[in-house]
Design a protein around this ligand. Structure first.
Ligand SMILES: [Fe+2]
Ligand SMILES: [Fe+2]
Length: 157
């Protein structure tokens, strides 16, 4: 499996979590509940960004250069981390809701850029073979077993 497909699958799960955070921030008057939804996003989003930065981006640096789209992606990761940190510390519910709104705007925009632009560039620059190798590294990092039907295929070497 290509790493870009794996990352798109992670985006799908994260979109559900973003929706949950948005709904909670809109409807809840309980800051503890909103902080809980922020924490859930934090726990899943940061490892997602880390796997992009550790596995995919370094392989693209020599093709796309460290400036340009990769610089934008890395800087948005930092911006998202900063907003998550600010949301974790915020003690005023109105300010927290504002921060959540800014965070969601940034993450949706960031994911769209990856899906519409960056992953296509990765396909062009690296091709199926390298993306699949990186997919294996993604599976090892994420502790996912990609060998579905491994028993049936094991005998064929
Ligand atoms: Fe990203
Ligand atoms: Fe992503």
């Amino acid at each position: 499996m290509k790493i870009t497909d794996a990352l798109l699958g992670e985006h799908a799960v994260l979109y559900d979590l973003f929706g949950h955070l948005r709904d909670t921030a809109v409807s809840s008057g309980d800051i503890v509940e909103i902080h809980g939804a922020v924490t859930a996003v934090d726990r899943l989003l940061l490892p997602h960004a880390r796997v992009e930065e550790d596995l995919l981006f370094p392989r693209l640096d020599s093709h796309l250069g460290q400036m340009g789209p990769l610089a934008v992606m890395r800087s948005e990761h930092h911006g998202i981390e900063d907003l998550l940190e600010a949301a974790r510390r915020e003690t005023d519910i109105t300010s927290l809701k504002t921060l959540v709104g800014r965070l969601l705007e940034m993450v949706y925009g960031h994911f769209q850029k990856e899906e519409m632009v960056l992953f296509g560039m990765a396909q062009q620059a690296l091709g199926d073979e390298v993306l699949s190798e990186l997919g294996d590294e993604w599976a090892a990092a994420r502790k996912v077993n990609l060998n579905a039907g491994g028993c049936a295929s094991a005998g064929r070497g």
